[in-house]
Design a protein around this ligand. Structure first.
Ligand code: SF4
Ligand code: SF4
Length: 278
């Protein structure tokens, strides 16, 4: 059976929380025998939203990363469980057996993603099942994916080369969320926020006029990248590696070029860059 997966494009996520609410609606108070016990009213977030703040005023950025159970192919929760209380289906979905998991609190602490929650009343560990009960009934996708208005999440079968997710996975620079955990997640991401460097270009002799179309070159980790200032004279390089050295050069015919050495220990805002006429 082909493995299932969700590909999450962080650039398309606007933080609307529809996926979170859809998950709550599907599972709060609803038992799916042999799949999952009902979520309690409080304390369980099978679809978590991580809010990532970057930069500072006047260039702050806020990104949202939806984080369900990652359905790891090397899953610490399975290792921690007794009596097969956590198991992997043929389609790759990692499940917690609601009966066998009774009393096994250690399962909760085994997950490095903090994707497992303890149900005090029922004394069981619980988490996202990728809506396995729906898939087995013939539904095409989990509720969270179905309710996403922006297409930030794509669900499908990884081993089917014709599926949308396979094609997107092949084309995109996908990555694990927290690759340092080394759990080989089936859930994959595109556009996890990294560092950015930005600035605003103005011409000394044309005050009040936006310096549009100025060439800005970035050199360093990953090679050379080039952009042009927008209609406000602003430029930005996204997706820079953390803690690396780069050089930014601003060039415009008829003006003295300016260069800046930067280090991406933090996000960089070079502020106003004034170009002097030659
Ligand atoms: S994310 Fe956590 S709960 Fe999900 S499979 Fe991986 S280790 Fe287990
Ligand atoms: S529903 Fe889609 S856009 Fe909204 S928070 Fe979830 S992933 Fe992001």
């Amino acid at each position: 059976m082909a493995r299932v997966s969700i590909l999450i494009d962080v650039n398309k996520c606007n933080g609307c929380y529809n996926c979170f609410l859809a998950c709550r609606d599907e599972y709060y108070g609803n038992d799916y025998p042999s799949y999952s016990a009902a979520q309690p009213l409080n304390g369980q977030f099978w679809m978590q939203m991580k809010e990532i703040e970057r930069g500072v005023y006047p260039r702050p950025k806020l990104s949202y990363i939806p984080v369900p159970c990652q359905h790891c192919q090397s899953a610490p929760c399975m290792d921690a469980a007794q009596d097969g209380a956590v198991y992997r289906r043929k389609d790759g979905i990692v499940m917690i057996d609601p009966e066998k998991a009774k009393g096994q609190r250690d399962i909760v602490n085994a997950c490095p993603y903090r994707a497992i929650f303890w149900n005090e009343e029922k004394e069981i560990a619980q988490k996202c099942t990728l809506c396995a009960h729906r898939l087995d009934e013939g539904e095409k996708m989990p509720r969270c994916v179905e309710c996403c208005p922006t297409g930030a999440m794509v669900f499908g079968y990884l081993d089917d080369s014709d599926s949308e997710i396979s094609k997107l996975s092949a084309a995109a620079a996908k990555e694990d969320f927290h690759p340092e955990f080394k759990t080989a997640p089936l859930v994959q991401y595109v556009g996890i926020p990294k560092r950015f460097a930005a600035g605003e270009v103005v011409f000394r002799d044309k005050q009040g006029e936006c310096a549009q179309g100025v060439k800005v070159v970035l050199e360093g980790e990953g090679g050379k990248r080039e952009t042009r200032t927008d209609s406000f004279g602003d430029f930005e390089f996204e997706g820079l590696e953390k803690n690396k050295n780069y050089k930014i050069t601003v060039e415009q015919a008829g003006y003295v070029s300016r260069s800046f050495d930067i280090s991406t220990r933090t996000d960089i805002n070079l502020g106003e860059i004034v170009l002097e006429p030659k």
